[in-house]
Design a protein around this ligand. Structure first.
Ligand SMILES: [Zn+2]
Ligand SMILES: [Zn+2]
Length: 242
């Protein structure tokens, strides 16, 4: 091996050495996650969510009061994390800072959680390849941001799990104002008739992908849109639940 090659290999080893995206250490990283073991362990896992909508802290009830009194149009929300530090920060860097590498870390975290559920369940909704619909952005918002965060998460999931990404089935026809800062009732009104289907026939079962679920009104509206056309079961996979 020539001295030049040796030098090149040394430079590559430094450049390619995985570093934790949160604390920048180069210690033990969780394989393929770009996170060190400490940062990974400290992520805000959601362990006490509602069995239907994943709303945090429902205690022994299993199903939250809201889902009991007024069942949502989706059957099951899977969300591995609470929308808390540092997941909130990572999502903001991804969405508003255009940090697509961070988006891939988040996508892998979600996929990792989904794969672990798949191993433990026999539910066809989880074991068969899912038809996934990333929550569509209005074309104007897409143009401003340059990418759809839900679409990016779906793409990373698709590299890890067998899924069919069917973004073309649905569009966002209303450029609804941002949901943040709005109360639940306003959010609900804000997204009414926001989506339109582009095909007459819809899949029997779909999975909606979103980055963060707050009141759930966006996913509910999208689920209603598909169900009005004949979809029977809707799951939601999102990274974080507020
Ligand atoms: Zn770290
Ligand atoms: Zn609930």
């Amino acid at each position: 091996m020539s001295a030049a090659t040796r030098n090149l290999l040394r430079v590559q080893a430094i450049v390619l050495k995985p570093r934790c995206v949160l604390c920048d250490c180069d210690g033990m990283t969780v394989p393929a996650m770009d996170l060190c073991a400490d940062c990974y362990r400290d992520l805000p896992r959601l362990t006490d969510g509602c069995a239907v909508c994943a709303r945090p802290a429902v205690g022994d009830a299993m199903i939250c009061g809201s889902c009991q009194n007024n069942p949502p149009p989706f059957e099951w929300v899977i969300a591995p994390y609470r929308y808390a530090w540092p997941i909130d920060k990572m999502l903001q860097q991804f969405k508003f800072g255009g940090n697509l590498a961070m988006g891939r870390v988040l996508g892998r975290l979600l996929a990792h959680h989904l794969t672990s559920i798949r191993r433990r369940t026999s539910m066809p909704a989880m074991t068969e390849p899912a038809i996934i619909i990333p929550v569509p952005l209005h074309r104007r918002r897409l143009w401003q941001r340059g990418f759809n965060q839900a679409g990016e998460l779906a793409r990373t999931i698709g590299l890890i799990m067998p899924v069919h990404i069917r973004s073309e089935l649905c569009v966002r026809v209303r450029n609804t104002p941002a949901q943040s800062g709005k109360r639940a009732e306003e959010r609900h009104k804000n997204v009414r008739k926001a989506f339109a289907l582009r095909r007459k026939t819809v899949p029997e079962r779909i999975v909606i992908i979103d980055d963060v679920m707050t009141t759930g009104s966006t996913c509910a509206e999208l689920a209603r849109t598909f169900k009005s056309q004949g979809t029977r079961q809707v799951l939601v996979w999102c990274l974080a639940r507020a």
